[in-house]
Design a protein around this ligand. Structure first.
Ligand SMILES: Nc1nc2c(ncn2[C@@H]2O[C@H](COP(=O)(O)OP(=O)(O)O)[C@@H](O)[C@H]2O)c(=O)[nH]1
Ligand SMILES: [Mg+2]
Length: 385
């Protein structure tokens, strides 16, 4: 899981660690094998520094100066030198800039969406530029901490989206899903949306299984009336779980299936209704109209977008499309067991304002894990897989 992303960020750390230690005190660092652009930037900075130095008036003063006046410019010079090395007393903007360039490449190669990349970079920059490095501080550790904080923020902080980008702010209040279910009037209605094959039906069975283990009673609505096989697939799960499935024939109106399931749950005092829906293509306006209708009729407590982590940026774009159409409150990312890149997981919250609440880690009922920024950071930077 996320192996490629983990390796890339690990390599970044390695690079920082192997930065030449002598740069710490080097007078004029001669860049060895640097890319032309970086060499140019550095040369330009050096030229600028030299010009500033040359413009300084000669301190040709015959009389001895009082100590503070002499020491002031000297400390300034020292600071400039130190600032130039990543292992110096401060991390200079140019060295942090190089680090950010590398970070950007690593994140983009991992399918992290550009706005999320920018947000992560901005935070790392704010954290590191001109940051004082105390003697004995491990700079790679410091950079890693900055990166962890930035990723946590992008995964956790409220996101304000332009009005057209979403229908309503997410109704999900973290941290725990069971708390959400506890706090809301019953039946809590959960509507699952997403394109074909992302894992909606499987996720409904997994979440149903989890809720039952926690002591909640559930009803499932077979709202994917589009595919003939979809109802049978859900029927198998309902049998296995031993719960009521509300179904109509294939081709019937999914909104009325959802309505009947909610009525059934009300009459029998069931806690949660899980509404399955059809997939098709993201660009299918018919699908979005169908989703809007189900949403209006079922008035779900949460609309949960189910996305395939392997789809990377596509999963993020689809989430945004569903968000504009019906408003996404929470996200489940499936197939993260096979996802090396982690891009969708890192981007989707920032793109939709809706938190990832679970990840699917396999095909069995047990393969559902609660997601949190900490969970993600542990997997990208932790020792385990
Ligand atoms: N490896 C893995 N496979 C999954 C996961 N979730 C779903 N699948 C598989 O993805 C395929 C499509 O799932 P399905 O629930 O039918 O998708 P739907 O079309 O969105 O309802 C099935 O073969 C599932 O077993 C997951 O978390 N990990
Ligand atoms: Mg399905």
């Amino acid at each position: 899981m996320f192996n490629s992303l983990k390796e890339k960020l690990g390599a970044l750390r390695q690079k920082i660690s192997s930065a030449p230690e002598k740069e710490e005190v080097k007078e004029a660092p001669a860049p060895p094998k640097e890319e032309p652009r970086k060499a140019f930037k550095k040369a330009k900075a050096a030229a600028k520094a030299a010009a500033v130095e040359a413009a300084r008036p000669e301190p040709a003063r015959p009389a001895p100066e009082p100590a503070p006046v002499i020491s002031a410019p000297r400390r300034e010079e020292e600071d400039e030198r130190f600032t130039d090395g990543i292992l110096g007393r401060r991390l200079s903007e140019s060295r942090v800039g190089e680090l950010l360039d590398e970070l950007e490449i690593a994140l983009l190669e991992s399918d992290v969406a550009l706005p999320a990349v920018e947000a992560i970079k901005k935070r790392v920059k704010q954290d590191l530029v001109d940051r004082k490095v105390r003697l004995g501080t491990d700079v790679p550790d410091m950079v890693e901490e900055a990166l962890k904080d930035a990723i946590t923020a992008v995964l956790a902080e409220p996101v304000v989206l332009p009005p057209k980008a979403r229908r309503h702010p997410s109704r999900f209040e973290p941290p725990f899903f069971s708390e959400f279910v506890d706090r809301h009037d019953k039946p809590v209605v959960l509507m699952f949306v997403g394109i074909n094959g992302t894992g909606k039906t499987t996720t409904i069975a997994k979440i149903g299984h989890m809720l039952m283990k926690q002591g909640y009673s559930i009803v499932i609505a077979a709202g994917d009336t589009f595919r003939a096989g979809a109802i049978q697939q859900l029927e198998k799960h309902a049998d296995q779980l031993g719960v009521k499935l509300i179904r109509h024939e294939a081709g019937s109106d999914p909104a009325s299936v959802a309505y009947d399931a909610i009525e059934h749950a009300r009459a029998r005092r069931r806690d949660v209704v899980l509404v399955d829906t059809a997939g098709r293509m993201q660009t299918d306006t018919g699908l979005m109209e169908e989703m809007s209708k189900i949403e209006r009729v079922a008035n779900p407590s949460l609309v949960i977008y189910v996305g395939d982590a392997l789809a990377g940026n596509d999963a993020v774009n689809e989430a945004m499309a569903f968000n504009r159409a019906v408003g996404v409150d929470a996200v489940v990312l499936t197939k993260v067991d096979a996802d090396a890149k982690g891009g969708a997981a890192l981007s989707i919250r920032y793109a939709t304002g809706a938190p990832v609440i679970f990840v699917g880690t396999g095909q069995e009922y047990k393969d559902l894990e609660a997601f949190s920024p900490r969970w993600m950071v542990d997997r990208i930077f932790g020792a385990g897989a």
